[in-house]
Design a binder for this molecule. Structure first.
Ligand SMILES: Cc1ncc(COP(=O)(O)O)c(C=O)c1O
Length: 409
């Protein structure tokens, strides 16, 4: 399914109405469920099941059990003292999602969705993946719950994230290389949606806060464990809330997971960092909220990168997990309402930030997370030493080693 783009007008004045309407899948006028008729019933049944089980204490207890004992939560909030000292400004804290089982935040969401699939009696999982982290997390979760797993991945990403392809196969998943268009994350989502239309018995584990309702809401809820823990941890460590929360934005799941528990704390500035790639011409970046326009892509109304004809534009990022022309609808709402701002970090900024963290803190971050770090490195020296930045370190960089070894020669 490759839903044609339809442009729409956004009215950014619904901050109050957000909580009420998001139950129906709308964040302001963004979101909704724009799926072909063959999928409508399937998607509706997931929305109904999620509405029910998200309120079910047994479901929550089981989810928390796996988050603690399989994922290894809670993840630390690490004070990056060396980096903060070197930059000479605000204190930088890192929310260590890289320390989760499998090395990224993605598993918080796959455990939640697989448990929902189990409750719905579904045993066939499919997923799309860019960097491979969501694919690996889905493959591992499927193995844990005795389910089958097929992962769709753009053939360009199969090449640059080969380690993760091997990990998925090791975990018993079938990896389908999608060789069309940009051969990236968008094409992987297209292929997964086509497979889903063909077999309604499938449960599609979407890897980011995108897609039709209930996915943006559900993924946000599962990833909010990041922000809930970070909020409690920073209060414990510093006795106050941070001045800034920073996270990279691909589809937007680690960012919304960090932001959401801080959304009502209006003194905390929420900053999403998009991949600025090699420049601001269309095709050179994947900075959807900076350069895109509203319209419908992959089942929901949100910003996406479009050419002059309203067609989905090609994208580029050094980082496979950020290389996507769309973004979750809640981020579109947060941008238009002004509650969050979205900036860019270039490929080179991310590479520099990657090296800075390796050398100063002994932590090898994912290239995706390095975009958020790049913004922290830029911002910290402009702030006072009593100010605080929390950065979501969404994943570790092992998967990027082959690519980085070539790039940093
Ligand atoms: C480590 C890591 N961080 C961030 C992302 C971007 O995804 P999202 O914006 O949904 O958090 C990915 C995607 O693969 C990833 O692997």
């Amino acid at each position: 399914m490759n839903t044609p783009a339809q442009t729409s007008k956004q009215t950014p004045d619904q901050t109050q109405a957000q909580t009420a309407s998001q139950k129906n899948g709308f964040f302001g006028s963004y979101g909704g469920s724009h799926v072909p008729p063959e999928l409508a019933q399937t998607v509706e049944s997931i929305a109904e099941a999620y509405a029910r089980y998200s309120q079910d204490p047994d479901f929550q207890t089981e989810l928390n059990y796996y988050l603690k004992n399989f994922v290894g939560r809670e993840s630390p909030l690490f004070y990056a003292a060396n980096l903060s000292r070197k930059l000479g400004g605000a204190k930088i804290y890192l929310k260590r999602e890289d320390l989760n089982h499998l090395g990224a935040h993605k598993v918080n969401n796959t455990v939640g969705q697989a448990l929902l699939a189990k409750r719905m009696g579904k045993h066939k999982l499919i997923a799309e993946t860019g960097a491979g982290q969501h694919g690996v997390a889905t493959a591992a979760t499927a193995a844990l719950f005795g389910m089958s797993c097929t992962v769709y991945m753009g053939s360009l990403d199969v090449e640059r994230q080969y380690l993760n392809v091997e990990r998925m196969r090791m975990l018993g998943a079938e990896v389908v290389a999608v060789n069309r268009g940009n051969a990236g994350l968008k094409e992987a989502v297209d292929a997964a949606l086509e497979a889903w239309v063909a077999d309604p018995e499938i449960f599609y584990v979407i890897g980011s806060a995108v897609g039709p309702h209930p996915y943006p809401l559900m993924v946000r809820d599962f990833q909010s464990v990041i922000g809930k823990e970070a909020r409690r941890q920073i209060l414990e460590a510093e006795g106050r809330l941070p001045d800034y929360c920073l996270a990279c934005v691909g589809g937007g799941s680690n960012a919304i997971g960090l932001f959401h528990p801080f959304a009502a704390d209006t003194q905390v500035k929420l900053v999403g960092v998009e991949p600025g790639g090699r420049g601001n011409a269309l095709g050179e970046h994947a900075a959807t909220l900076n350069y895109g326009k509203p319209g419908v892509l992959h089942g929901s109304n949100s910003y996406f990168l479009q050419d002059d004809n309203g067609e989905v534009a090609p994208v580029h990022s050094i980082s496979a997990g950020l290389d996507y022309p769309g973004v979750g609808p809640e981020h579109s709402f947060l941008k238009d309402s002004g509650r969050a701002t979205y900036v860019t970090a270039s490929d080179q900024d991310a590479l520099d930030a990657f090296q800075t963290l390796c050398r100063n803190e002994g932590i090898i971050p994912a290239l995706e997370s390095s975009h958020a770090l790049a913004q922290a490195i830029k911002l910290a020296p402009t702030l006072n030493p009593d100010q605080i930045i929390v950065v979501c370190l969404s994943g570790r960089g092992d998967k990027d080693m082959e690519q980085l070894t070539k790039l940093l020669k």
